[in-house]
Design a protein. Structure first.
Ligand SMILES: [Zn+2]
Length: 213
């Protein structure tokens, strides 16, 4: 999950109009706001469910770009009351509160609570629970790495290989551009890569300045 800065301001009457789809693609960089997969197979999700919040059905700020898998996994009661609300990544910088890390040995995504903010505490906990469901499939019986985790693993390996290349190479500039691109919000699973940088003192010193929100 990353902080999404909405820049588009489409004029529309119904939420499934093409202009809304185009705007969401731009604002969310075609990335599912929950799992961070870059995908064309998306659904327009109503952050506050349309059945309950009728006045928000066609409100652009309530429309989110979500992959079909996450939209299916997300329990229907999310954001129906203040007790099951999750963090709104368009308003709050989620990376301040939640860290994501791939545990290769256990083939598991670790979702770590970093900070507690009194008014957000419940939302942070609910978000962690949902992300755990999405990444680790607590309902799934299979222990093997599934597609999503394999995808994350491949992207992380590729990123770590680039960093290694950067450290060994004398022609650093081109490699650095590539690293910057991989840390960008637009890049798939960027929050995982950003935490790799933040969690290592050497990498932090070298690359943290390229982590731009
Ligand atoms: Zn997703």
């Amino acid at each position: 999950m990353i902080k999404v800065n909405r820049r588009e301001n489409p004029l529309f009457t119904k939420y499934n109009e093409q202009i809304v789809i185009d705007s969401l693609k731009k604002d969310f960089y075609r990335k599912c706001y929950l799992c961070e997969e870059v995908t064309r197979h998306f659904e327009i999700e109503h952050f506050y469910p349309q059945k309950i919040y009728l006045h928000l059905v066609n409100d652009y700020s309530n429309l989110f770009y979500s992959c079909q898998k996450c939209n299916k996994i997300k329990p229907k009661n999310i954001n129906t009351t203040s007790d099951n609300e999750i963090i709104n990544c368009c308003e709050i910088n989620i990376e301040k509160y939640i860290k994501l890390r791939l545990n290769i040995l256990e083939c598991k995504i670790e979702i770590i609570k970093l900070d507690s903010a009194k008014d957000l505490d419940k939302q942070i906990d609910n978000t962690i629970k949902l992300l755990d469901r999405i990444y680790n499939g607590t309902q799934s019986k299979s222990n093997s790495c599934e597609d999503l985790k394999d995808d994350i693993k491949n992207i992380i390996f590729e990123f770590e290989k680039k960093i290694e290349q950067y450290q060994k190479s004398r022609l650093k500039r081109a490699i650095l551009e590539d690293i910057k691109e991989k840390l960008d919000i637009k890049s798939p699973y960027s929050s995982f890569k950003r935490w790799i940088i933040r969690d290592n003192n050497y990498l932090k010193k070298e690359f943290e300045k390229y982590i731009i929100d």
